[in-house]
Design a protein. Structure first.
Length: 468
């Protein structure tokens, strides 16, 4: 069930009115939201609802044991290690089993030990990476004392299953969401206005910009790069940079907006990433909930920067490579993570050598960073290394311009121009509209939705990050 569809619109209206009819009965309200979230998830594959429930029970139980052991003065390190290991085992089986079996088979064949390894056809549960990381962060935060163990299994189940962020984030920390579940939510005029504006903005980015670029530019170019010249291939690469930003940030915007309409606050997940002047700054702006998760639960436990420059460089490189592997079981994703990690290592070494001296003007830093990110997007989007190399080779090939139409150019330029709007433009508009009459606000939102519906192409493709 995709957000920009009539089916989801009907589903959300039912959830919205039912949830607010139970606003004085918070326990029943949470139970209803949990059941609605399971129904939402079952629309992809009802069999994996059981996996979602089992994952929540696992993390609730481990966190409860950690809290109880701490009260008795016992050690909790082995418990958190067990909880994290089981979470990763579940994720690894569903997401990486086939990849590692294939790599092991190739390795054995190189030594002349060819074997028929058991290769299973495993269906990847949608959103498994997101709800697994959600569970891991909850267990680790209880162990670290950053959040108390939830008083009820219901709260942990809702934390991991809440439908706005279930399948593609943002990864909302237990310390942010569990306290909100404890109290009866309230919907203010600003929250409602902000939520509606985010939903409309997300609909526009996904259904107009991302979908149009995908179908009429990016997909054809990356399907057969040898059929196009340098201008079309460059347009395809820039188009994908805009597509993936508009696609993923649109999901985050709609998730934040939907949660706001139900009375809950999610953290911001994107902050104009293409205006970053370094790769480190890019990751402070792109998929913020994941980058902060990797920092707090991988980079810091590895040692962070506590043991000096070389150690911090090694740790950030390992973190980014594993972040690449998180996105998918493919060598292209590993190379994508290695590129991002390697550039961050170079940046750290330069900062250590030059101190506070500024080498490049900000505008040059932004341009260089953006094009390094685009280079990474080629690896991220290409189905194989061969296709990625064909894209790079095509950037030097002269040929007719076929795909770069005025509409495609306008969409690319518009998608990039978004990064130079005021940083909190939606919040500013919501603040100005909070005093508008309800009828006026309703007419404006309705007109905006109808306009998006009128200009968008037919059909709705799944969000890119659903596959992760």
């Amino acid at each position: 069930m995709l957000f920009p569809t009539l089916a989801f619109g009907v589903f959300f209206l039912i959830v919205y009115f039912t949830a607010w009819s139970l606003d004085r009965e918070n326990g029943r309200r949470k139970l209803f939201l949990l059941l609605a979230s399971w129904f939402f998830y079952a629309q992809w594959d009802w069999r994996f609802v059981g996996l979602l429930i089992a994952s929540a029970i696992l993390n609730w139980g481990v966190a409860a044991l950690i809290a109880r052991s701490r009260e008795r003065g016992g050690r909790t390190g082995w418990l958190v290690g067990l909880g994290v290991a089981v979470n990763l085992l579940i994720l690894g089986f569903f997401k990486y089993y086939g990849f590692f079996v294939e790599q092991a088979g190739d390795l054995l064949a190189q030594f002349g030990w060819e074997r028929d390894l058991p290769l299973l056809q495993i269906v990847l549960p949608v959103g498994i990476s997101f709800f697994t990381f959600q569970g891991i962060s909850y267990v680790v935060d209880v162990h670290r004392g950053k959040t108390p163990a939830a008083r009820s299994l219901l709260d942990v189940m809702l934390l991991m299953s809440f439908f706005p962020h279930l399948v593609a984030g943002p990864i909302v920390r237990a310390s942010d969401l569990l306290p909100q579940f404890d109290r009866t939510p309230r919907l203010t005029r600003v929250m409602a206005t902000h939520g509606l504006l985010l939903i409309v903005w997300g609909l526009f980015k996904k259904t107009v910009i991302a979908s149009e670029l995908s179908v009429n530019l990016v997909d054809p170019v990356f399907f057969d790069p040898t059929a196009f010249g340098a201008v079309d291939i460059a347009a395809g690469v820039y188009g994908y940079a805009v597509q993936i930003y508009c696609d993923f940030s649109a999901y985050s915007d709609m998730a934040i907006g939907l949660a706001a309409l139900l009375g809950y606050s999610f953290p911001r997940n994107f902050d104009q990433p293409y205006r970053a002047s370094s790769m480190q700054a890019f990751w402070r702006r792109w998929h913020i909930s994941l980058s902060s998760w990797l920092r707090d639960y991988l980079y810091v436990p590895l040692g962070g920067g506590r043991k000096g420059l070389i150690s911090s460089c090694i740790n950030v490189f390992i973190t980014m490579v594993l972040g690449g592997l998180w996105h998918g079981a493919a060598l292209t994703f590993l190379a994508w993570g290695a590129l991002h990690g390697g550039v961050q290592v170079i940046e750290r070494l330069f900062r250590a050598a030059l101190g506070d001296r500024k080498v490049l003007p900000t505008v040059v830093g932004v341009l260089v960073t953006f094009h390094i990110v685009c280079l990474g997007w080629i690896l991220f989007r290409a189905e194989s290394f061969d296709l990625a190399m064909q894209v790079l080779q095509g950037l030097g090939r002269i040929g007719p311009v076929v795909m770069l139409t005025p509409l495609m150019l306008t969409l690319i330029a518009g998608g990039l121009a978004m990064h130079w709007l005021p940083p909190r433009a939606i919040e500013g508009v919501a603040e100005r509209l909070k005093t508008a009459p309800s009828l006026t606000l309703g007419l404006l939102i309705g007109a905006a939705i109808l306009l998006v519906e009128a200009v968008r192409p037919e059909g709705v493709a799944p969000f890119i990050y659903f596959q992760f």
